[in-house]
Design a binder for this molecule. Structure first.
Ligand code: SF4
Length: 474
């Protein structure tokens, strides 16, 4: 999928007296860059003071070698962001640092609260002024204003008041804490690193800095890292475990582990299951790069149809520009993908992608392949039809824009102008993860939200999206 469904954020934290924590955090954020490309930030503690640097842009654009050298300490928290709540401006970038009675607290957040307005109004009624429009400042303020001076106790007191999805890295001058909501919607894991420990949204960022994966932080659990080492505390009762299934399908890197399973392997199994569910006579199986690659390899292996690239992705484009018109949008796809015309002309293609959101990008890609002389195009999607929006930290379309919410599979096939279209079944999607259906949030497909979403929030999201469209149109 090319840029239609966007991950919200990536968080990282490290505690070690060996080496430069700012550089380690920089490399870890670099590995988590796919989770957010709007802003990046690093906060470092030397045990008595916290230094914070953040800005809009990619990790490599925000920090220079000199910046990193000036961030000295033995503990750090880092964040990459794509906005879901709160617009894209500096004040909403993270980590967010708030003074406490003694010292300060820093928070980096992946997820989305659904009771932000209530909490914010409560704090504002007590005279609190907010500088950002996101939910992370609300969490940081609640922690800073907690009657408990010990951040562990403050976290234990504040977390049950938060409703929604949150995987947090929290840091004071002395301690680093990782905590997940009781449903475990967004991932967060822990590893050992030199004489200390690290926490990360994904295990691949631990690999990159040479840390050793220990395990995931459980839903409702807190991992505390300080001079005493690492310890875990279950601070909230586990609700229905509801890891976002899209982390398996698309969001997380294929070299990451979730529920102890390698995602590349799972995605390959999704492709193999697609080949069994929807076989077709064809000459090449090709992915929509990059995220469609493992499933396309799986389809190719199971079907015996050779794997081919077909489309070459520009490796150096993170995000395309603001795209106000259909014409520029079309250029946007071209800027990212270019067809290998010689390999496509006259061929019957199986094209594998992980999902279809609005369908416009997929249709443009199909048109590009037709223009390159493809004889037949058979689209295979390694997830079921995406019909419902996300309220737990993923930036997606509103429901009316999701093509599968208004069109049948046959109507979508017709819209995309492909010869055949098949979506992976629920059963085989879950089977490919090696886990049970009850361990996931599958709300994008079945509308069954594990944390009930208030109607006014659904409506306000709709209004917000409309407003964004109006601004874009101006
Ligand atoms: Fe993931 Fe969809 Fe659930 Fe959001 S609603 S957490 S994207 S499965």
């Amino acid at each position: 999928m090319i840029g239609e469904k966007k991950e919200a954020c990536g968080v990282f934290g490290v505690y070690t007296h060996e080496g430069e924590v700012s550089k380690m955090t920089y490399y870890a954020l670099y590995a988590l860059q796919h989770r957010g490309q709007e802003s990046a930030g690093i906060a470092v503690s030397d045990g008595s003071e916290i230094f914070l640097m953040k800005d809009m842009g990619l990790v490599s654009q925000v920090f220079s070698e000199r910046d990193l050298q000036s961030l000295r300490g033995h503990m750090a928290v880092g964040h990459v962001r794509y906005s879901t709540t709160g617009s894209s401006f500096w004040e909403n970038s993270q980590p967010i640092q708030i003074p406490r009675r003694k010292g300060s607290v820093v928070v980096a957040h992946n997820g989305n609260l659904i009771n932000t307005e209530t909490l914010r109004e409560e704090l504002e009624s007590k005279g609190r002024i907010f500088h950002s429009t996101g939910d992370t400042e609300v969490i940081a303020v609640l922690l800073a204003e907690s009657p408990h001076e010990d951040i562990e106790e403050a976290t234990k007191e504040v977390m049950p008041r938060l409703v929604g999805a949150y995987s947090l890295a929290i840091m004071t001058e002395e301690k680093l804490i990782g905590v997940r909501d009781p449903y475990g919607i967004r991932p967060l894991c822990v590893g050992s690193y030199r004489d200390g420990f690290a926490i990360s949204s994904e295990s691949s960022a631990l690999d990159v800095i040479g840390a050793s994966y220990i395990r995931e932080i459980h839903p409702g659990e807190m991992a505390i890292i300080d001079e005493e080492g690492l310890r875990f505390r279950q601070i909230m009762e586990v609700r229905k475990p509801s890891l976002c299934i899209f982390e398996f399908i698309y969001f997380a890197r294929p070299d990451s582990l979730l529920y102890g399973t390698n995602l590349y392997h799972s995605r390959k199994l999704m492709g193999m299951a697609l080949a069994e569910e929807a076989p077709v006579n064809a000459d090449i199986v090709m992915p929509i790069p990059d995220t469609g690659v493992p499933a396309a390899i799986g389809y190719s292996q199971a079907s015996g149809i050779p794997f081919g690239e077909g489309l070459i992705k520009n490796r150096y484009i993170g995000r395309t520009f603001i795209q106000p018109t259909q014409e520029i949008r079309r250029l946007g796809v071209r800027l990212k993908l270019n067809p290998l015309t010689g390999d496509i002309r006259g061929k019957r293609l199986v094209v594998v992608d992980d999902s279809i959101v609005r369908g416009n990008t997929t249709r443009e890609i199909v048109q590009m392949l037709r223009d390159s002389g493809a004889k037949e195009i058979h689209m295979r999607i390694s997830s079921p039809p995406d019909k419902f929006p996300c309220f737990y930290g993923i930036d997606t379309a509103i429901q009316a824009e999701l093509i599968a919410s208004t069109k049948s599979v046959e109507e979508i096939r017709d819209f995309l102008k492909v010869d055949s279209l098949h979506y992976l079944s629920f059963e085989n999607l879950v089977r490919s993860t090696g886990r049970e259906r009850g361990e996931f949030c599958l709300a994008c497909f079945d509308g069954d939200y594990p944390i009930p979403v208030p109607e006014d929030l659904k409506l306000s999201k709709y209004r917000l999206e409309k407003k964004k469209d109006e601004v874009k149109a101006e």
